[in-house]
Write a protein that binds this ligand. Structure first.
Ligand code: SF4
Length: 187
């Protein structure tokens, strides 16, 4: 962490969000190891699968978004996150391109559900497709930028921990991250 940020007194608010992804991008964030502690000297982690708060707060400075937009719940969430965040980072290939979740796009949603709940299932509930208290799948999985404006695209599956840290450090210092030098698709 550089002296430039150290001179600033007010901590930035950092949030991390998990849409349709495998959590691998969050695991890579954790792989920043002790550097995460350095970072937390300069930011407050106000919302994340990694911490307790359940409500995404207003006035978030940096939001890292893992995963694609696959359901009505994802759609609602990403619009809310965008409206409450100054800088939104699409974290990883699923957020940037829809990647693995997007592999279902050539298939009808009904056929996807039949595959999961009938063809690949056994037992008494075989063939019963749940309809209550579950998000509704959208007809197509979308990358985040097709729904809301994205400020920083950080590709990788997952992006390496070094790339995530360098991106966060740049944003905390008020710089634009040099993403092309940090990570690439599928890496
Ligand atoms: Fe998982 Fe890769 Fe998608 Fe990240 S980009 S959520 S690691 S599949």
């Amino acid at each position: 962490m550089t002296a430039r940020r150290t001179k600033m007194t007010k901590k930035l608010k950092l949030a991390t969000v998990w849409l349709d992804g495998c959590s691998g991008c969050h695991m890579s964030l954790l792989d920043t190891d002790e550097r995460l502690l350095d970072l937390l000297a300069h930011v407050d982690l106000v919302y994340s699968p990694l911490v307790d708060p359940k409500v995404f707060p207003e006035d978030v400075d940096i939001a890292l978004v893992e995963g694609a937009v696959s359901s009505d719940e994802d759609l609602h969430k990403i619009r809310m996150v965008r409206s409450r965040s100054k800088t939104l980072v699409a974290l990883g290939d699923c957020a940037v391109t829809s990647n693995v979740p997007g592999m279902r796009n050539p298939i009808l949603v009904r056929d996807v559900l039949l595959r999961a709940y009938e063809e690949n299932a056994d037992g008494p509930r075989r063939g019963v497709i749940p309809t209550e208290q579950l998000p509704t799948l959208l007809p197509y999985v979308r990358p985040v930028h097709e729904i809301v404006t994205v400020d920083v695209f950080l590709p990788g599956c997952p992006p390496p921990a070094d790339a995530i840290f360098a991106t966060l450090l740049a944003l905390v210092e008020g710089r634009q991250p040099e993403v092309a030098a940090l990570s690439r698709f599928g890496k």
